[in-house]
Design a protein around this ligand. Structure first.
Ligand code: PHE
Length: 352
Protein backbone atom coordinates (compact mmCIF):
# COMPACT_ATOMS: atom_id res chain seq x y z
CA UNK A 1 0.00 0.00 0.00
CA UNK A 2 0.98 3.62 -0.32
CA UNK A 3 1.28 3.79 3.47
CA UNK A 4 3.90 1.02 3.47
CA UNK A 5 5.79 2.70 0.64
CA UNK A 6 5.86 6.03 2.51
CA UNK A 7 7.16 4.32 5.64
CA UNK A 8 9.92 2.58 3.64
CA UNK A 9 11.02 5.82 1.97
CA UNK A 10 10.94 7.58 5.34
CA UNK A 11 13.36 4.97 6.74
CA UNK A 12 15.63 5.34 3.74
CA UNK A 13 15.69 9.10 4.01
CA UNK A 14 16.80 8.79 7.62
CA UNK A 15 19.49 6.16 7.03
CA UNK A 16 20.94 6.57 3.52
CA UNK A 17 24.68 7.37 3.65
CA UNK A 18 25.78 10.99 3.19
CA UNK A 19 29.51 10.61 3.76
CA UNK A 20 30.91 11.91 0.48
CA UNK A 21 30.12 14.39 -2.23
CA UNK A 22 29.07 11.51 -4.49
CA UNK A 23 26.76 10.03 -1.86
CA UNK A 24 25.18 13.43 -1.26
CA UNK A 25 24.50 13.92 -4.96
CA UNK A 26 22.95 10.42 -5.26
CA UNK A 27 20.82 11.18 -2.21
CA UNK A 28 19.62 14.45 -3.72
CA UNK A 29 18.69 12.78 -7.03
CA UNK A 30 16.94 9.86 -5.32
CA UNK A 31 14.82 11.75 -2.82
CA UNK A 32 14.51 15.26 -4.22
CA UNK A 33 14.89 14.71 -7.95
CA UNK A 34 11.97 16.15 -9.83
CA UNK A 35 11.90 13.67 -12.72
CA UNK A 36 12.74 10.29 -11.23
CA UNK A 37 12.90 10.86 -7.48
CA UNK A 38 11.09 8.36 -5.25
CA UNK A 39 9.10 11.12 -3.51
CA UNK A 40 7.97 12.44 -6.88
CA UNK A 41 6.81 8.89 -7.70
CA UNK A 42 4.78 8.79 -4.52
CA UNK A 43 3.17 12.13 -5.36
CA UNK A 44 2.18 10.65 -8.74
CA UNK A 45 0.25 7.91 -6.94
CA UNK A 46 -1.85 10.34 -4.94
CA UNK A 47 -4.75 9.84 -7.39
CA UNK A 48 -5.18 6.29 -6.06
CA UNK A 49 -5.90 7.57 -2.57
CA UNK A 50 -9.48 8.11 -1.36
CA UNK A 51 -10.36 11.81 -1.93
CA UNK A 52 -10.90 12.57 1.75
CA UNK A 53 -7.40 11.31 2.58
CA UNK A 54 -5.51 13.04 -0.22
CA UNK A 55 -4.83 16.12 1.85
CA UNK A 56 -3.27 14.14 4.72
CA UNK A 57 -1.18 12.00 2.36
CA UNK A 58 -0.02 15.14 0.52
CA UNK A 59 1.12 16.60 3.83
CA UNK A 60 3.03 13.45 4.71
CA UNK A 61 4.78 13.46 1.32
CA UNK A 62 5.72 17.14 1.71
CA UNK A 63 7.09 16.32 5.17
CA UNK A 64 9.18 13.54 3.58
CA UNK A 65 10.66 15.97 1.07
CA UNK A 66 11.42 18.45 3.80
CA UNK A 67 13.10 15.77 5.91
CA UNK A 68 15.31 14.80 2.96
CA UNK A 69 16.21 18.45 2.33
CA UNK A 70 16.98 19.02 6.03
CA UNK A 71 19.34 16.07 6.23
CA UNK A 72 21.11 17.19 3.10
CA UNK A 73 21.52 20.75 4.44
CA UNK A 74 22.80 19.51 7.80
CA UNK A 75 25.36 17.32 6.08
CA UNK A 76 26.56 20.26 3.94
CA UNK A 77 26.89 22.46 7.05
CA UNK A 78 28.91 19.78 8.77
CA UNK A 79 31.26 19.50 5.80
CA UNK A 80 31.69 23.26 5.61
CA UNK A 81 32.46 23.48 9.30
CA UNK A 82 35.10 20.80 8.91
CA UNK A 83 33.39 18.81 11.63
CA UNK A 84 33.71 15.62 9.66
CA UNK A 85 30.13 15.70 8.46
CA UNK A 86 29.13 14.65 4.99
CA UNK A 87 29.25 16.95 2.07
CA UNK A 88 26.07 18.41 0.71
CA UNK A 89 24.94 19.39 -2.73
CA UNK A 90 26.65 22.76 -2.56
CA UNK A 91 29.51 24.35 -4.43
CA UNK A 92 31.90 23.12 -1.74
CA UNK A 93 33.86 20.08 -2.86
CA UNK A 94 36.30 18.89 -0.26
CA UNK A 95 37.75 16.38 -2.68
CA UNK A 96 39.28 19.09 -4.90
CA UNK A 97 43.07 19.54 -4.51
CA UNK A 98 44.12 22.53 -2.41
CA UNK A 99 45.18 25.79 -3.97
CA UNK A 100 48.98 25.86 -4.42
CA UNK A 101 51.38 28.66 -5.36
CA UNK A 102 52.09 29.08 -9.05
CA UNK A 103 53.99 25.97 -10.03
CA UNK A 104 57.69 26.13 -10.89
CA UNK A 105 58.59 23.73 -13.67
CA UNK A 106 55.44 21.76 -13.10
CA UNK A 107 55.64 21.31 -9.36
CA UNK A 108 54.39 23.28 -6.42
CA UNK A 109 57.14 25.63 -5.27
CA UNK A 110 58.91 24.12 -2.33
CA UNK A 111 62.08 26.03 -1.48
CA UNK A 112 65.50 24.72 -0.59
CA UNK A 113 68.51 26.18 1.14
CA UNK A 114 70.84 28.34 -0.94
CA UNK A 115 74.03 26.49 -1.87
CA UNK A 116 76.06 28.96 0.24
CA UNK A 117 73.85 28.34 3.26
CA UNK A 118 74.31 24.60 2.76
CA UNK A 119 78.08 25.03 2.49
CA UNK A 120 78.25 27.18 5.63
CA UNK A 121 76.17 24.65 7.55
CA UNK A 122 78.47 21.81 6.44
CA UNK A 123 81.60 23.74 7.45
CA UNK A 124 80.10 24.50 10.86
CA UNK A 125 79.07 20.88 11.37
CA UNK A 126 82.60 19.70 10.61
CA UNK A 127 84.24 22.13 13.03
CA UNK A 128 81.66 21.46 15.72
CA UNK A 129 82.57 17.78 15.43
CA UNK A 130 86.22 18.85 16.01
CA UNK A 131 85.19 20.58 19.25
CA UNK A 132 85.00 24.19 18.03
CA UNK A 133 82.37 26.61 19.30
CA UNK A 134 80.75 29.24 17.05
CA UNK A 135 81.29 32.97 17.65
CA UNK A 136 79.93 35.97 15.79
CA UNK A 137 80.88 39.60 15.44
CA UNK A 138 79.42 42.74 13.86
CA UNK A 139 79.64 43.43 10.13
CA UNK A 140 80.26 47.13 10.88
CA UNK A 141 83.62 47.34 12.61
CA UNK A 142 85.94 49.94 14.04
CA UNK A 143 89.52 50.38 13.00
CA UNK A 144 90.82 48.76 16.19
CA UNK A 145 89.15 45.39 15.67
CA UNK A 146 89.43 45.24 11.87
CA UNK A 147 93.03 46.53 11.63
CA UNK A 148 94.99 47.98 14.56
CA UNK A 149 94.64 45.17 17.10
CA UNK A 150 95.47 42.75 14.27
CA UNK A 151 98.89 44.39 13.96
CA UNK A 152 98.24 46.26 10.71
CA UNK A 153 100.70 49.15 10.50
CA UNK A 154 99.10 52.60 10.10
CA UNK A 155 100.11 52.77 6.44
CA UNK A 156 99.19 49.19 5.47
CA UNK A 157 97.68 49.06 1.97
CA UNK A 158 94.69 46.99 3.19
CA UNK A 159 93.42 50.09 4.96
CA UNK A 160 93.40 51.87 1.64
CA UNK A 161 90.17 53.18 0.16
CA UNK A 162 90.83 50.73 -2.68
CA UNK A 163 89.48 47.69 -0.90
CA UNK A 164 87.89 48.88 2.31
CA UNK A 165 84.36 50.27 2.40
CA UNK A 166 84.43 53.17 4.84
CA UNK A 167 81.13 54.13 6.46
CA UNK A 168 82.62 57.39 7.67
CA UNK A 169 85.45 59.10 5.86
CA UNK A 170 88.66 58.15 7.64
CA UNK A 171 90.05 61.09 9.57
CA UNK A 172 93.63 62.17 8.71
CA UNK A 173 95.27 59.76 11.14
CA UNK A 174 93.62 56.85 9.32
CA UNK A 175 90.92 55.59 11.72
CA UNK A 176 87.40 55.02 10.53
CA UNK A 177 84.27 52.93 10.74
CA UNK A 178 84.33 50.20 8.11
CA UNK A 179 82.44 47.23 6.74
CA UNK A 180 84.68 44.46 8.02
CA UNK A 181 87.07 43.29 5.32
CA UNK A 182 87.56 39.89 6.96
CA UNK A 183 86.29 37.85 9.93
CA UNK A 184 89.60 38.23 11.80
CA UNK A 185 88.18 41.05 14.01
CA UNK A 186 86.13 38.30 15.70
CA UNK A 187 89.49 36.85 16.86
CA UNK A 188 90.12 40.12 18.70
CA UNK A 189 86.63 40.22 20.21
CA UNK A 190 86.92 36.61 21.38
CA UNK A 191 90.35 37.24 22.93
CA UNK A 192 89.11 40.45 24.61
CA UNK A 193 86.04 38.70 26.02
CA UNK A 194 87.43 35.29 26.91
CA UNK A 195 90.39 33.48 28.37
CA UNK A 196 92.46 30.75 26.72
CA UNK A 197 91.99 27.93 26.03
CA UNK A 198 89.92 29.11 23.06
CA UNK A 199 88.77 26.97 20.17
CA UNK A 200 86.26 28.68 17.95
CA UNK A 201 85.10 29.46 14.45
CA UNK A 202 83.45 32.71 13.37
CA UNK A 203 81.37 32.53 10.18
CA UNK A 204 80.04 35.63 8.50
CA UNK A 205 79.91 38.16 5.70
CA UNK A 206 82.85 40.34 4.74
CA UNK A 207 83.07 43.22 2.26
CA UNK A 208 85.72 44.39 -0.17
CA UNK A 209 85.74 47.20 -2.65
CA UNK A 210 87.29 45.12 -5.41
CA UNK A 211 86.66 44.86 -9.13
CA UNK A 212 83.87 42.33 -9.61
CA UNK A 213 84.84 39.33 -11.73
CA UNK A 214 84.33 35.58 -11.99
CA UNK A 215 86.44 35.16 -8.87
CA UNK A 216 85.72 38.19 -6.69
CA UNK A 217 82.62 39.91 -5.51
CA UNK A 218 82.09 42.99 -3.29
CA UNK A 219 80.80 40.80 -0.50
CA UNK A 220 81.53 37.22 0.38
CA UNK A 221 81.66 34.89 3.36
CA UNK A 222 84.53 33.71 5.49
CA UNK A 223 84.82 31.24 8.31
CA UNK A 224 87.49 32.34 10.76
CA UNK A 225 89.14 29.81 13.03
CA UNK A 226 91.06 30.52 16.22
CA UNK A 227 92.74 28.11 18.62
CA UNK A 228 94.74 29.52 21.53
CA UNK A 229 96.19 27.36 24.28
CA UNK A 230 99.48 26.30 25.80
CA UNK A 231 101.69 24.46 23.34
CA UNK A 232 99.67 24.95 20.14
CA UNK A 233 101.94 24.43 17.11
CA UNK A 234 101.97 24.87 13.35
CA UNK A 235 101.70 21.07 13.06
CA UNK A 236 98.34 21.30 14.85
CA UNK A 237 97.16 23.89 12.34
CA UNK A 238 98.24 21.79 9.38
CA UNK A 239 96.64 18.61 10.72
CA UNK A 240 93.41 20.47 11.48
CA UNK A 241 93.14 21.97 7.99
CA UNK A 242 93.94 18.64 6.37
CA UNK A 243 91.27 16.91 8.45
CA UNK A 244 88.83 19.64 7.49
CA UNK A 245 89.57 19.33 3.76
CA UNK A 246 89.15 15.57 3.92
CA UNK A 247 85.81 15.90 5.71
CA UNK A 248 84.55 18.68 3.45
CA UNK A 249 85.62 17.40 0.04
CA UNK A 250 85.67 13.70 0.80
CA UNK A 251 81.90 13.45 0.65
CA UNK A 252 81.55 15.47 -2.54
CA UNK A 253 81.81 14.61 -6.21
CA UNK A 254 83.06 18.02 -7.34
CA UNK A 255 86.36 18.67 -9.08
CA UNK A 256 88.22 18.82 -5.77
CA UNK A 257 87.04 15.40 -4.62
CA UNK A 258 90.55 14.28 -3.91
CA UNK A 259 91.23 17.37 -1.83
CA UNK A 260 94.76 17.80 -3.15
CA UNK A 261 96.00 20.71 -1.11
CA UNK A 262 99.22 22.62 -0.72
CA UNK A 263 100.54 25.08 1.86
CA UNK A 264 102.25 28.14 0.47
CA UNK A 265 104.33 30.57 2.58
CA UNK A 266 102.56 33.91 2.79
CA UNK A 267 102.22 37.03 4.89
CA UNK A 268 99.52 38.46 7.14
CA UNK A 269 100.22 41.18 9.73
CA UNK A 270 98.49 39.11 12.44
CA UNK A 271 100.13 35.72 11.89
CA UNK A 272 103.77 34.61 11.89
CA UNK A 273 104.60 32.40 10.14
CA UNK A 274 101.73 32.58 7.65
CA UNK A 275 100.56 30.20 4.95
CA UNK A 276 97.94 30.19 2.26
CA UNK A 277 96.25 26.96 1.31
CA UNK A 278 95.32 26.05 -2.24
CA UNK A 279 93.13 23.22 -3.44
CA UNK A 280 93.54 21.64 -6.88
CA UNK A 281 90.81 22.57 -9.35
CA UNK A 282 90.78 19.77 -11.92
CA UNK A 283 89.81 20.95 -15.41
CA UNK A 284 90.90 18.97 -18.46
CA UNK A 285 90.46 22.08 -20.62
CA UNK A 286 93.40 23.73 -18.84
CA UNK A 287 96.96 23.09 -20.07
CA UNK A 288 98.04 21.40 -16.81
CA UNK A 289 94.76 19.54 -16.36
CA UNK A 290 93.73 22.03 -13.71
CA UNK A 291 94.97 24.85 -11.53
CA UNK A 292 95.47 25.66 -7.87
CA UNK A 293 92.72 27.67 -6.24
CA UNK A 294 93.34 29.56 -3.01
CA UNK A 295 90.79 28.80 -0.31
CA UNK A 296 92.23 30.19 2.90
CA UNK A 297 94.85 32.18 4.75
CA UNK A 298 96.31 30.91 8.00
CA UNK A 299 99.20 31.03 10.41
CA UNK A 300 100.39 31.17 14.00
CA UNK A 301 98.83 34.05 15.91
CA UNK A 302 101.45 36.83 16.03
CA UNK A 303 102.54 37.45 19.65
CA UNK A 304 101.86 41.17 19.07
CA UNK A 305 98.17 40.33 18.65
CA UNK A 306 98.08 38.44 21.95
CA UNK A 307 99.86 41.36 23.64
CA UNK A 308 97.34 43.82 22.12
CA UNK A 309 94.46 42.03 23.87
CA UNK A 310 96.27 41.31 27.13
CA UNK A 311 96.89 37.58 26.65
CA UNK A 312 100.23 36.30 27.98
CA UNK A 313 102.21 35.61 24.79
CA UNK A 314 104.96 33.85 26.76
CA UNK A 315 102.53 31.28 28.05
CA UNK A 316 100.11 30.88 25.14
CA UNK A 317 100.42 30.24 21.42
CA UNK A 318 97.70 29.86 18.85
CA UNK A 319 96.81 29.36 15.24
CA UNK A 320 94.22 31.07 13.10
CA UNK A 321 92.74 30.63 9.66
CA UNK A 322 90.19 32.35 7.48
CA UNK A 323 88.53 30.42 4.68
CA UNK A 324 86.48 31.71 1.76
CA UNK A 325 83.09 30.02 1.76
CA UNK A 326 82.26 30.93 -1.86
CA UNK A 327 85.52 29.40 -3.05
CA UNK A 328 84.78 26.21 -1.12
CA UNK A 329 81.27 26.00 -2.55
CA UNK A 330 82.60 26.62 -6.07
CA UNK A 331 85.23 23.91 -5.75
CA UNK A 332 82.84 21.42 -4.32
CA UNK A 333 80.20 21.89 -7.00
CA UNK A 334 82.28 22.94 -10.00
CA UNK A 335 80.81 26.46 -10.10
CA UNK A 336 83.10 28.61 -12.24
CA UNK A 337 81.76 32.12 -11.54
CA UNK A 338 81.21 33.59 -8.06
CA UNK A 339 78.57 35.98 -9.36
CA UNK A 340 76.18 33.06 -9.92
CA UNK A 341 75.94 32.79 -6.14
CA UNK A 342 74.46 36.28 -5.90
CA UNK A 343 72.19 36.55 -8.93
CA UNK A 344 69.40 34.35 -7.55
CA UNK A 345 68.62 32.86 -10.94
CA UNK A 346 66.34 29.95 -10.05
CA UNK A 347 67.71 27.89 -12.96
CA UNK A 348 71.05 27.96 -11.12
CA UNK A 349 69.70 27.67 -7.58
CA UNK A 350 67.46 24.71 -8.39
CA UNK A 351 70.50 22.51 -9.04
CA UNK A 352 71.43 22.33 -5.36
N1 PHE B 1 91.89 37.49 7.38
C1 PHE B 1 92.67 36.95 6.30
C2 PHE B 1 92.04 37.37 4.99
O1 PHE B 1 90.94 37.81 4.96
C3 PHE B 1 92.73 35.44 6.35
C4 PHE B 1 93.45 34.94 7.56
C5 PHE B 1 92.73 34.64 8.70
C6 PHE B 1 94.80 34.74 7.53
C7 PHE B 1 93.38 34.13 9.81
C8 PHE B 1 95.46 34.27 8.63
C9 PHE B 1 94.74 33.97 9.76
O2 PHE B 1 92.63 37.27 3.94
Amino acid sequence: SLDDQIAAVQAEIDDAPLDSAEAAEAYRVRFLGRKSGVVTDLFAQIGTVAPDQRRAVGQRLNALKQAAQDRLDAAADGARGGAGGAEGATDLDLTLPGRVPAPVAGRAGRGSLHVLTQTLADIQDIFRSFGFSVARGPEIEDDWHNFSALNFPADHPARDMQDTFFLEPPPPEGRGVVLRTHTSPVQIRALEDGEPPLRLIAPGRVFRNEAISYKSYCLFHQVEGLVVDEGVSFADLKAMLQAFARAFFGASDGPAREARMRFRPSFFPFTEPSAEVDVWWADSALPDGGRWMEILGSGMVDPNVLDNVGVDSERYTGYAFGMGVERLAMLRHGIDDIRLLYENDVRFLRQF
